[in-house]
Design a protein around this ligand. Structure first.
Ligand code: S3P
Length: 169
């Protein structure tokens, strides 16, 4: 069976919703960022600090290739992963890509106290988020096979994904 890749902006719920889908469908869940942290034995923050964003993107690309070799996984992609064509290409055709669509205002609220995402640790966080969100949304939409609204609770969103894809519960 193919993998299901959840994509979307930071804070859209990829990991929480992904875990819930996995539990309900008996599939295995993989969080791409955690996979990278374990493989590199460093936190995402440490990877950004040591290798810069470009270094992180190369590591992330390797992770996409490795995970796409596996089957039946529910994968929560990193928020930037599917905005790069080389990563979308890895999954396209073989796996099913689902965008969790959440408005910027909701994302802002969810990430108001975030300390873990290197791209948001800056005084102009609000402007950066808007710029990134506007730039990325068309890319997520281009990569996605399905678009599911993700504003509701993680459990309801998980059921929306399960229904949209016709997955067995
Ligand atoms: C990133 C999102 C993060 C993580 C890294 C970069 C991004 O993942 O991969 O901080 O570029 O949007 P989450 O979407 O899980 O926060």
């Amino acid at each position: 069976m193919n993998n299901i890749i959840l994509c979307g902006f930071m804070g859209c719920g990829k990991s929480t919703v992904g875990k819930s889908i996995a539990r309900k469908t008996g599939r295995r869940f993989v969080d791409m960022d955690k996979y990278i942290e374990e493989k590199e034995n460093m936190s995402i923050t440490e990877i950004f600090a040591e290798h810069g964003e470009d270094g992180f993107r190369d590591i992330e690309h390797e992770a996409c290739k490795e995970l796409s070799e596996r089957q039946s996984l529910i994968i929560a992609a990193g928020g930037g992963a599917l905005t790069f064509e080389r990563n979308a290409e890895v999954f396209r055709g073989k796996d099913t890509i689902v965008l969790l669509d959440v408005p910027l205002e909701t994302i802002r609220y969810r990430l108001r106290n975030d300390k873990k995402r290197p791209l948001l640790q800056r005084p102009d966080k609000d402007e950066v988020m808007k710029e990134l969100y506007d730039k990325r949304m068309p890319k997520y939409l281009a990569a996605a096979d399905f678009v599911v609204k993700g504003e509701s609770t993680p459990i309801k969103t998980a059921f929306s994904v399960i229904d949209a894809l016709g997955l067995k519960k």
